[in-house]
Design a protein around this ligand. Structure first.
Ligand code: NAP
Length: 518
């Protein structure tokens, strides 16, 4: 084939040289699961610790650029059994920074023999490489570049497509941009393993995929070069799925903190002249965190209730939910994890409460007061029971929430089947909500009915937090009634009120219900 990259011939899947001479491309023969290898193979390291010469006949790979990425890449390639030649504008200055077995030379010389050339320079310098067009013709150029956010917005064409337009006689493959120079050096165990790859030439893509394997990473086929823009945007994302949930949690925290501050600090200061500002760092934070955790947990289950209500009203599941509800449903995992985070912090803060100096002074003062009033035995049976039950329910709720958090880890979630996963997330999640509600109710006890608890006419904070969870628990109870549950089950199995899909439920409708979810 005209212009077929040389390297793709030598790394063909049925590579004769791979089976005949395994040393030839070193770890290039390794399978995807074998990435727990040391960064540098033992036979490639000299007795003095430096990188030894590559094996005879090792595949030669070129790198243009001698910066941070080029250095890490060269080290990794040499360690994986490749022969490396680096092209620099000033090889004398940079040669000492590379492994001794890598050849560092001028750009023109470096690109002469290898069939695969990594372009480790920034986009704005691509055009300075145009003088190498003739030597590069027919070769694979691997674009490893990452645009900045502004560059990504400014250029409609990806860096890889731009490189391809400058070198039409080359095959451009986008790869390695999501791997940092640090990960390349430290090895895949210390960072991201996946390497998204895209190119218009399947053969070149396969060649680079094999190199990725050989270097201990996992190639991920992203299709043709038009996907390069998407691949280049990957390192620019900053926890996109967490933005809204984190803002929601922060917003709730600020609101509840302000509310608790007004009730617990401002009111005593204004109305009684008491300085309770010392409560801000621990006490007020610790009254705010459970409110946030509890409301967030209820917000995990509210969209499911809204979705079920919509389906019941519309009599079909084939109408799209409004966008806001769709987004909300998609963010439930993150909201749940943030709820767990706040609950765990609440538990830690609660453990620290007795360590505070203010608490010790309060205890001593109480004891002295007892002595003065000649009351030697303080024991309120109702309070004792309330506290025991309250604490126990709190620990149980946190334990159940921990299970939810653990099962949302991809490695654990992957080991569960759909029914197990939905049992934990749906049923156990709802149990956690009920336990948290009981925990809140035992905390509140009769306080909602005591006039003295209404500071500045503001009701105790826990009464506010109970609102949404109680609506959810009530709605879930209603959906269990046969008139609603049968209709919901039918709808989720495809039945439509006014549509063509009509059927009667199978006798074992309970099983049908268990396999159908919002
Ligand atoms: P760097 O340290 O600044 O190195 C860039 C290299 O480009 C220079 O060392 C220079 O080598 C070479 N170059 C060639 N022509 C040039 C010119 N006309 N003007 C200036 N320099 C020229 O940058 P880097 O961190 O290695 O990044 C290189 C590429 O890798 C970038 O596209 C970056 O987006 C990508 N990348 C980097 C990382 C990372 O962690 N650093 C991760 C993923 C992707 P000579 O002077 O020897 O010619």
């Amino acid at each position: 084939m005209e212009g077929e990259p040389r390297a793709s011939r030598s790394l063909n899947p049925v590579h004769p040289h791979v089976s005949q001479d395994p040393q030839r491309i070193g770890s290039a023969t390794r399978m995807p699961g074998e990435i727990d290898k040391p960064l540098i193979s033992h036979h490639l390291v000299d007795s003095d610790g430096s990188l030894a010469e590559p094996p005879v006949g090792a595949l030669k790979v070129g790198i243009l650029g001698s910066g941070d990425f080029a250095r890490s890449l060269a080290t990794r390639l040499v360690g994986s059994g490749f022969s490396v030649v680096v092209g620099s504008r000033n090889p004398k200055r940079t040669a000492g920074l590379f492994p001794s077995s890598a050849q560092v030379t001028f750009q023109e010389e470096a690109v002469t023999s290898p069939g695969i050339i990594f372009v480790a320079v920034f986009r704005e310098h691509y055009s300075s490489l145009c003088g190498l067009s003739d030597q590069l013709a027919g070769k694979i150029l691997v674009d490893v570049s990452n645009p900045t956010e502004q560059e990504h917005l400014r250029h409609l064409e990806s860096n890889a497509e731009y490189l391809a337009s400058l070198f039409p006689t080359c095959t451009v493959v986008k790869a390695f941009n999501v791997i940092s120079a640090w990960t390349l050096q430290a090895g895949p165990r210390d960072g991201n393993r996946q390497v998204p790859i895209c190119s218009d030439q399947p053969e070149a893509k396969r060649t680079i995929s094999e190199m990725v394997h050989a270097m201990g990473f996992m190639p991920l086929d992203m299709g043709s070069l038009v996907s390069a823009r998407e691949v280049e945007a990957m390192p620019l994302h900053l926890l996109p799925a967490w933005k809204v949930p984190a803002l929601l949690a922060l917003g709730l925290f600020v609101c509840f903190f302000a509310y608790n501050f007004t009730r617990d600090v401002l009111q005593p200061y204004v109305q009684e002249g008491k300085n309770k500002f010392y409560k801000l760092p621990v006490s007020v934070v610790n009254t705010t965190l459970p409110c946030v955790a509890y409301v967030l947990l209820s917000l995990v289950y509210l969209p499911g209730v809204l979705a079920a209500t919509l389906q019941l009203r519309r009599g079909t599941k084939y109408h799209r939910f409004p966008d806001w509800l769709d987004h909300w449903l998609q963010h439930r995992k993150q909201i749940g994890l943030l709820s767990f985070f706040c609950a765990a912090l609440h538990a830690l803060y609660s453990f620290c409460l007795p360590l505070r100096r203010s608490h010790r002074y309060d205890l001593v003062n109480l004891a002295v007061k007892q002595m003065l009033t000649n009351k030697s035995h303080l024991w309120v049976e109702e309070e004792v029971w309330r506290m025991e039950i309250y604490l126990s329910l709190g620990v149980l709720a946190l334990g159940t929430l921990s299970l939810l958090a653990i099962t949302s880890l991809p490695s654990i979630a992957n080991s569960l089947n759909w029914r197990e996963f939905s049992f934990v997330q749906s049923t156990l999640g709802f149990v956690a909500l009920v336990l948290s509600t009981l925990h809140t109710l035992t905390y509140g006890w009769t306080r909602a009915f005591e006039e003295s608890r209404y500071k500045f006419y503001l009701p105790p904070t826990f009464t506010l937090t109970l609102l949404v969870p109680c609506v959810i628990i009530l709605a879930k109870g209603l959906f269990l009634l046969p008139c609603f549950s049968r209709r919901l089950t039918k709808i989720r199995r495809g039945w439509e009120k006014d549509g063509a899909v009509k059927f009667t439920l199978p006798a074992d409708s309970i099983l049908a219900e268990k396999t159908s979810h919002v």
